[in-house]
Design a protein around this ligand. Structure first.
Ligand SMILES: NC(=O)c1ccc[n+]([C@@H]2O[C@H](COP(=O)([O-])OP(=O)(O)OC[C@H]3O[C@@H](n4cnc5c(N)ncnc54)[C@H](OP(=O)(O)O)[C@@H]3O)[C@@H](O)[C@H]2O)c1
Length: 366
């Protein structure tokens, strides 16, 4: 099969580097275009990232000598790639305008940025949960008058560890009314160079700008329904979040307590919950998308797991690992969930979104 040539916007950053590395042997996509800020533009990729390549392996040879373009110069992408992954860190309005600019030039954008997450005809995808949300893309194209271009986004990395577990329960008839979530988020989530080392070593920072709001509200769009070409948010669950930055390189952990929206005699037992999680399988697994983990949820029984260093690579860094499932004295149940923030939560999650879009025909005839 001929691979689809793809671009990475923000290719020099923390998430962009992950894209470059994860796409190195991808069966469907091949990186042929890299773009970043004017600071990096005009340099070979290997020179632009020389002192800040963060992946513990060499720069893929197919990308090392590509010339970095200025991401704002959309014309430079024409003819070099069919769609782009966006991993830009800029002002929201700038990112929105730039992503729309690419879409208008018939280059679809699969984005990690938050700028378009609340645009109601832009799907915010977790392919295990809401693959049907891609249907709003037709309305998005019509609304903008775009022919082949469109924008699709992935949600914030903080909620990845508990979204699949709560969706699996909801889908089996156990809807959730309220949740309290305390996240312990890795430093890589802040990009590079990120949080100053003096704030991070021997320390915990109990604030991540904007993160609690995203963690609390994006859940509702992800669980929403498509109506009239738009996504209508779900009514619940109600989420209260504490988001903390902790001295872990990769892997966001969440301690979750939740209450079911059911009378006591209809609530699931711990055994039923574990069975639902262990058996959970969805579109990416059924369609055998290349980046899908075989098991989207992994349940562990040791009293001291999951741990970022030991569990973040489960399922190629794409599985959610859950442990410490037990009764809650205030709500119904509590558990600890972990997911890899720069893989499932960022670049590989974006690649899985692109695989979903390709499987659904959105990259045909580009
Ligand atoms: N880190 C995570 O775990 C994570 C998870 C989910 C989502 N995200 C989102 O992913 C995006 C990238 O995050 P990151 O952590 O990779 O950030 P980062 O390490 O700071 O990288 C930012 C990238 O954006 C480029 N850039 C900055 N200003 C630009 C401009 N004016 N024009 C064009 N390009 C510009 C940078 O290019 P230069 O190198 O040339 O400056 C770099 O390639 C953000 O929107 C973030 O919210 C991150």
């Amino acid at each position: 099969m001929n691979k689809i040539p793809v671009g990475v916007l923000g290719a020099t950053g923390m998430v962009g580097q992950r894209y470059i590395y994860l796409l190195k042997d991808h069966p469907w996509f091949e990186v042929t275009y890299v773009a970043a800020s004017p600071r990096s533009a005009g340099k070979k990729y290997k020179d632009a990232v020389e002192s800040r390549w963060l992946i513990g392996s060499d720069i893929p040879s197919g990308v090392a000598d590509l010339m970095v373009e200025d991401a704002s110069n959309i014309e430079a992408a024409l003819g070099k790639c069919k769609f782009v992954f966006s991993a830009l860190e800029m002002g929201k309005d700038e990112i929105k305008a730039l992503e729309a600019g690419y879409a208008a030039k018939n280059i679809p954008v699969v984005s990690n940025a938050s700028a378009n997450r609340w645009t109601d005809d832009v799907p915010m995808l977790i392919p295990e949960i809401n693959p049907d949300h891609v249907s709003v893309i037709a309305e998005q194209k019509k609304h903008h008058g775009w022919d082949k271009g469109f924008v699709a986004v992935k949600p914030n990395c903080s909620l990845q560890s508990y979204m699949a577990p709560i969706f699996a329960l909801t889908q089996k008839g156990y809807p959730i009314k309220r949740m309290i979530v305390t996240t312990m988020q890795a430093t890589s989530g802040a990009g590079y160079p990120g949080v100053p080392s003096f704030d991070m070593i021997d320390n915990i920072v109990p604030y991540i700008g904007g993160e609690e709001e995203k963690t609390e509200t994006e859940v509702l769009k992800i669980l929403g329904k498509v109506e009239g070409g738009k996504i209508v948010n779900a009514q619940g669950p109600l989420v209260s979040a504490h988001c903390n930055r902790v001295p872990v390189i990769d892997g966001h952990t969440a301690c979750v307590s939740l209450e079911f929206d059911l009378p006591d005699d209809k609530k699931p037992s711990l055994e039923q919950i574990e069975k639902i999680w262990t058996e959970f399988s969805a579109y990416p697994q059924e369609a055998k998308l290349p980046s899908a983990p075989e098991h989207a949820i992994v349940v562990r029984h040791e009293e001291n797991r999951p741990q970022p260093r030991r569990d973040r690579e489960n399922g190629k860094g794409m599985a959610v690992t859950i442990g410490r499932l037990r009764k809650c004295r205030v709500f119904d149940i509590r558990f600890v969930a972990l997911s890899h923030n720069t893989k499932r939560g960022a670049a590989m999650g974006g690649i899985l979104n692109a695989e979903l879009l390709k499987a659904k025909g959105f990259f045909d005839n580009l």
